[in-house]
Design a protein around this ligand. Structure first.
Ligand SMILES: [Zn+2]
Length: 717
């Protein structure tokens, strides 16, 4: 027998014997005497997958067969949550999945599923022994359940499948948040319905041997919170302004009553998050600096209330956005408190990473053994707006870079998940927490082999990398489509080689749709009528998979096709200056993309270089023009970055310009924003049109003096 050392925790041994082929009636599944309901669930998941992929009917503990797989035995000598697969049948034809814990048994069943090879009417079992155990204790996921996203609205059976898959990968924690500000009170029927949904997720997680956690803002409040007790919202990140100020008399009691009421409703909460911001926080002088003062008072009370209800539970203090918004000295103050008080009311930090940046103070925190860190990597919203808008968002390079920085510093973590389009990222992090030395391409290939086919694994890994290369986008504007044609060709080749169960699965469809959309965008763009029709169909399928009928987390509307009377569309533009960091923005002025399609598609002048600015269109030939149309810039629903004055000049040769007479009214900064363009009649023939933009109406912050425009049109007579 050969023993190969896979990693510190995993051993696999194999004989040269061929794979064992099992057909209908050839395999029985039985439960070990000590198996409980979680081990039974693992057995059911295994049987369901054999039916789905290979059309095999395998019952649990039913008719005897030549071979039997026994699930759920306790194994000696395994590390926490480890498992042992013995797939070389003994003399009685018995194979086994044994484990250290129920969660380990589920993870072992998942590993077995990934080792099997499936055909129509048969399955092949490799004659191996595999022993493996996770290296990090926290292998979690956070489901955001808001904005009518997938977790908020999808049928519970579909949510359950996602949780089950996560447990089969070796995941062991599910975290959710009951966001109070959406509701009038806990008794609000809408609140009760949402609570029932979260409780169902907790029940599913517990049924798979996972732990279930609840997040709280430390000073969380309902929509009806008393106005006189509310927090000072000038934190720099407050959205809803329903939170309470812990320093006001009576507020701590009310916060505690609401939190205790919610905790009492859940049958079992295995761990707790205490959270400072986005919502959350108080900017008043009595609470400042928030994370070193008011936050600690409110969190300590929450931690105590939680322990009264769940004495064994673990409590995590979040450092999300510390020192990133208005309050300063938060890390310093927090760590001074920890050094001096050595608080016993929390057991570790949820660390606030942002993109792939980790705040340095966290790496130098006091008592790292006593207060370990667990990560909260953002895998859903990174450089795609709206999130998941065009399907799957594989980010293997990004994940690997962030994991590289975290390795050795954390005890695990919970990625931030907004929906199922980030499944491959979710998988990567689960594998990383299981084994921080995991090789990214190996993890990608294992995913592809299991969810698609071993035959396409290599092509699929290439596809994932190409999709990441073309990932960054805003609405319909994709930064880099150079690999899209290759990705689309690969996707079609893979599609042709998949079994029906894989070809029609949501995992593959989300990858396939993304490749199809990007392929069209590279080849034909979104203005071609036939391309638009195809894009609409592809997007409709995404909406159906996401259940995204009522959310912005879906493909946005296609920009209106350019009006043929607008002769400026796609024409070159020269600007007198562009702000540093916004280079190449001048082309946005004639790209036909309006603010209603993409709020980030604008040009901005550089006030460091000049007070006023010019924008010059070259229409390529002298044309009879009736009017110029400008779409100005809006932010937060009002006009922003508007020039005080506007004049228009024209030229036939680009040398001599003449002012076109006329009153040129402009919007008033701060007035309610109208997306309709402002129309300026000119009634003249010209090849060049030059806008003279006066100094900015915008003053009073770091963007003082900036002039911006979204779109410039010139209409022919
Ligand atoms: Zn306060």
């Amino acid at each position: 027998m050969v023993i190969l050392l896979l990693s510190l925790a995993a051993t696999i041994s194999a004989q040269e014997a061929p794979m064992l082929t099992l057909r209908e009636g050839g395999l029985a599944v039985t439960l070990a005497p000590e198996a409980g309901p979680i081990e039974r669930r693992a057995a059911e998941l295994l049987c369901e997958e054999l039916a789905r992929r290979s059309n095999l009917t395998v019952g649990i503990g039913t008719a005897p067969a030549r071979y039997a797989l026994q699930i759920g035995g306790a194994a000696q000598g395994l590390a926490t949550d480890g498992f042992r697969l013995q797939l070389q049948p003994d003399a009685d034809g018995l194979m086994r999945i044994d484990g250290h814990s129920p969660s380990g048994i589920v993870a072992g069943a998942g590993k077995l599923l990934r080792l099997l090879r499936y055909g129509d009417g048969y399955v092949k079992v490799p004659p191996v022994t595999v022993e493996d155990a996770p290296q990090l204790p926290v292998r979690g996921i956070y489901f955001a359940t808001h904005f009518f996203n997938f977790y908020h609205v999808a049928p519970l059976e579909e949510i359950d499948r996602v949780i089950e898959d996560f447990a089969l990968w070796g995941g062991n924690q599910l975290m959710v948040w009951f966001d109070m500000h959406h509701f009038a009170s806990f008794q609000d029927p809408a609140a009760q319905a949402h609570f029932a949904r979260l409780k169902h997720m907790g029940d599913t997680a517990h049924g798979l041997g996972m732990q279930f956690g609840i997040a709280f803002l430390a000073n969380e409040g309902y929509d009806t919170s008393p106005v006189e007790l509310r927090a000072d919202p000038r934190t720099g990140t407050a959205h809803y302004e329903r939170e309470l100020c812990p320093s006001k008399p009576g507020a701590m009691e009310l916060i505690g009553r609401w939190q205790a009421e919610e905790l009492a409703a859940f049958p079992q909460v295995d761990f707790l998050w205490m959270w400072p911001y986005d919502q959350g926080g108080c900017a008043c002088t009595d609470c400042a600096p928030w994370a070193a003062n008011g936050y600690l008072k409110a969190s300590e009370q929450l931690a105590r209330l939680y322990r009264e209800r769940f004495p064994e539970g673990k409590r995590w203090l979040s450092t999300w956005l510390l020192d990133q918004v208005n309050a300063k000295g938060e890390y310093e103050g927090l760590f001074r408190y920890v050094r001096e008080q050595e608080p016993d009311w929390f057991e570790g930090y949820v660390i606030g990473t942002h993109f792939d940046w980790i705040p340095q103070p966290l790496l130098e925190r006091p008592f790292p053994e006593r207060y370990p860190m667990a990560a909260f990597p953002e895998i859903s919203m990174y450089r795609m707006n709206p999130w998941g808008e065009h399907g799957a968002n594989p980010l293997p390079g990004f994940n690997t870079r962030l994991a590289e920085k975290l390795r050795g510093n954390i005890v695990g973590g919970w990625p931030y998940s907004e929906g199922i389009y980030e499944d491959l990222n979710k998988w990567y992090w689960c594998r990383f927490y299981w084994d921080p030395d995991v090789v990214t391409d190996d993890a990608l290939a294992e995913y592809a082999a299991f969810y698609l086919s071993p035959d396409v694994a290599e092509d699929a890994v290439r596809l994932f990398q190409l999709l990441e290369q073309g990932h960054a986008r805003n609405g319909w504007l994709v930064e880099d489509l150079t690999g899209a044609r290759e990705a689309w060709a690969l996707a079609q080749a893979i599609d042709a080689r998949l079994a029906p169960w894989a070809r029609t699965s949501w995992r593959w469809r989300l990858l396939y749709l993304r490749a199809a959309i990007d392929g069209i965008l590279q080849d034909r763009g979104f203005n071609d009528p036939q391309a638009r029709e195809e894009l609409r169909l592809l997007c409709a399928e995404l909406v159906a998979i996401y259940h995204a009928d009522n959310t912005f987390i879906r493909p946005p509307e296609l920009p209106a096709p350019p009006d043929p009377r607008n002769v400026a569309f796609g024409k070159p533009v020269t600007v007198s200056s562009t702000q540093v960091g916004y280079e190449d923005r001048a082309t946005h002025l004639t790209d036909g993309v309006l603010a209603q399609h993409d709020s980030e598609n604008f040009w901005c002048h550089d006030p460091q270089e000049e007070e006023t600015a010019t924008v010059t269109l070259d229409l390529g030939e002298v044309l009879p023009l009736s009017e110029v149309r400008l779409q100005f810039r809006g932010l937060h629903g009002v006009y922003w970055f508007i020039p005080e004055t506007l004049d228009i000049e024209v030229s036939t040769d680009g040398e001599r310009f003449a002012l076109v007479p006329g009153q040129r009214a402009v919007p008033l900064e701060g007035d309610v924003y109208q997306a309709d363009p402002w129309v300026y009649p000119i009634g003249t023939a010209a090849r060049y049109v030059r806008l003279l933009l006066g100094k900015s109406q915008h003053t009073g912050d770091q963007f003082e003096g900036v002039v911006e425009l979204v779109e410039v049109e010139a209409r022919r007579q």
